[in-house]
Write a new protein. Structure first.
Length: 105
């Protein structure tokens, strides 16, 4: 029995974009963040965008995300939406697929 080949990084980005592109509602974006954390850190650019989203959120809302995460074992939903918009919708890593496939809604 042949083992499944690991998907390439490009294929992973493509698949994550297809999943993300149907996220219209805030709740969809929050669920995407919860289910697909890897999508936010696949590329160095994504990691940098996530870091910037964290800094922006912490400055805007005055919430220390690490402390919040320790206390709640999760991130605030508002941060998840900001991270989704920064890293996925407007992120460099997904721009190629956004141009190719657009949005599914």
């Amino acid at each position: 029995m042949a083992s499944m080949a690991k998907p390439t990084q490009k294929r992973k980005l493509q698949n994550y974009w297809k999943l993300a592109s149907v996220c219209k509602e805030t709740e969809d974006k929050i669920n995407f963040f919860d289910l697909y954390q890897e999508a936010f850190e696949l590329m160095p650019e994504s990691q940098e965008e996530l870091k910037n989203a964290r800094i922006y959120f912490q400055q805007e809302w005055g919430i220390d995300l690490e402390e919040y995460e320790k206390k709640n074992a999760d991130y605030p939903n508002k941060f998840k939406v900001i991270a989704f918009n920064s890293c996925i919708l407007n992120g460099v890593a997904y721009s190629e697929f956004k141009d190719l496939y657009g949005f599914y809604y």
